[in-house]
Design a protein around this ligand. Structure first.
Ligand SMILES: Cc1ncc(COP(=O)(O)O)c(C=O)c1O
Length: 459
């Protein structure tokens, strides 16, 4: 098979492939959000030359790539030309999801970004944070500064895996809207700053721009999990964050078929530790080195299912946000509800901040996403009798621990998402025993309200 082609020949082929990819990126950068979500980097030439003219991206259910000859293999495995090699490292189907995500997360900016797809949102967080938590004896003992208002699984990853098992101190910021609290927690040993926007399930937000500045003053990155906004509403990189995390299990793939994580980093991030290549292109470096060795790869079938859902992200966020706004107003006016947290409500403590950061992309309409937290009226503090009666009487809305689905789902947080954290962890995250998270889906708003209404009759 070798026709006298040496490694240099293949490096040259690789350069042409990279130039072609740049050309596609350049073209896509000129498109609007919806167009990028629909087409990404896949076009006529790829369809006609590489994919039997299919208008949809291919699903490559293959563990490994074949090479023309040993020279191509050598150039590929030494990372001197683009290649995918083995599906634990990369896969062409995952490539299309990653390229589209990088474009959407950096939409509306001149930023260059790269994305890595992972087997879950949790593995995206682990993969994004590992490289900053490496041994460096020239620095003081390391710590993480994180908002305490984060998803229960992330809270567990930081407090059990990082702190209890690895001894890495986690400095919790209990009020993420308080700039002084962030500032007082960061010191020379801090390796990264972490926040969720908005947080699941407490629907709390923070000033991304301010916290990014603070992190950068200390030469460390800001990592933001923006799963509950999605790039259709909030793109943290635009506001200075270095890395954006998505549990694409949620609203990005509303149809609920797969567990998927996405880690998108801008180029030239800040970090006190790690090599220059890591800082220059974090997501690509992670993919080629630690991710390859640790192995939390996404299955290509899940990558394509996610990409298919992502094409309609913006219009879904539009409808879901409008419905969630109406449902939150209904709940706020209900006599059996104590308190409702939804960024679109005027009563929301940081409504003005939400207005700054949450807007339907390519519009001037503020939209506040699909997640509502409602506290049900109880006779005594700490009780959950009414809450669970109401919950158990829901007829159409699903009792489940899920989020961002096409179907409306309700979750009583204290016995589910925040069960393992215990009283102390729940208090830190601001989760009370009467809190029910409602993830509004795409049903007609009248039918959602009717189901809630009849469930309230049980109290
Ligand atoms: C905000 C947020 N981040 C991360 C995760 C973890 O994602 P996954 O379930 O895909 O591992 C979740 C899951 O609910 C989440 O809500």
């Amino acid at each position: 098979m070798n026709q006298g082609r040496d490694v240099d020949y293949w490096i040259n082929v690789g350069e042409k492939m990279l130039a072609d990819r740049q050309r596609r990126i350049h073209r896509a950068k000129k498109w609007k959000f919806d167009t990028i979500a629909v087409h990404g980097l896949y076009d006529y030439s790829q369809a006609l030359e590489q994919n039997s003219a299919s208008i949809m991206e291919p699903v490559y259910l293959s563990t490994a790539q074949a090479y023309h000859d040993s020279a191509e293999m050598e150039a590929g495995l030494s990372y001197q030309m683009p290649n995918w090699c083995y599906s634990r490292i990369a896969n062409p189907s995952n490539y299309f999801l990653e390229e589209t995500t990088a474009l959407l997360e950096s939409y509306g900016t001149d930023l260059e970004a790269s994305c890595l797809s992972t087997a879950s949102g949790m593995s995206a967080i682990r993969t994004a944070t590992d490289p900053f938590l490496v041994k460096d004896d020239s620095l003081p003992p390391m710590n993480i500064v994180s908002s305490a208002k984060i998803y229960g699984g992330t809270f567990q990853q930081f407090s059990i895996r990082r702190f209890q098992e690895q001894g890495i101190e986690v400095r919790w910021v209990t009020d993420p809207t308080n700039h002084d609290e962030w500032s007082s927690k960061i010191n020379e040993g801090t390796r990264f700053v972490y926040g969720e926007f908005p947080s699941n399930p407490s629907v709390s937000i923070f000033d991304i721009e301010e916290v990014a500045k603070l992190a950068h003053d200390h030469e460390i990155p800001l990592i933001v999990d923006s799963t509950c906004a999605s790039p259709a509403l909030t793109r943290p990189l635009e506001f200075g964050a270095d890395i954006a995390i998505q549990s694409a299990t949620k609203v990005i793939s509303t149809n609920g078929t797969s567990i998927v994580g996405l880690l998108t980093a801008k180029k030239d991030i800040m970090s006190k530790v790690g090599c220059d290549e890591m800082r220059e292109d974090f997501a690509t470096w992670v993919k080629l080195w630690p991710f390859r060795d640790n192995g939390p790869a996404l299955h290509p079938m899940a990558a394509i299912l996610t990409l298919n859902d992502m094409r309609t992200l913006r219009s879904r966020l539009d409808q879901m946000s409008q419905t969630a706004m109406a449902v939150s107003e209904y709940l706020e006016n209900h006599i059996k509800v104590d308190r409702v947290y939804y960024p679109g409500l005027k009563s929301y403590p940081n409504h003005d901040l939400a207005k700054k950061y949450m807007k339907l992309v390519d519009s001037d309409r503020n939209m506040y996403s699909f997640m509502i937290l409602a506290e049900i009226k109880e006779d005594r503090e700490g009780d959950s009798t009414n809450t669970l009666k109401f919950y158990d009487d829901l007829q159409m809305i699903w009792r489940a621990t899920d989020l961002g689905r096409v179907k409306t789902v309700a979750t009583p947080c204290a016995i589910s998402t925040h069960q393992q954290q215990g009283e102390e962890g729940r208090a830190l995250a601001g989760i009370s025993s009467n809190a029910v998270r409602i993830s509004v889906g795409m049903e007609n708003v009248d039918d959602i309200i009717e189901d809630l209404d009849q469930a309230f009759d049980a109290i």
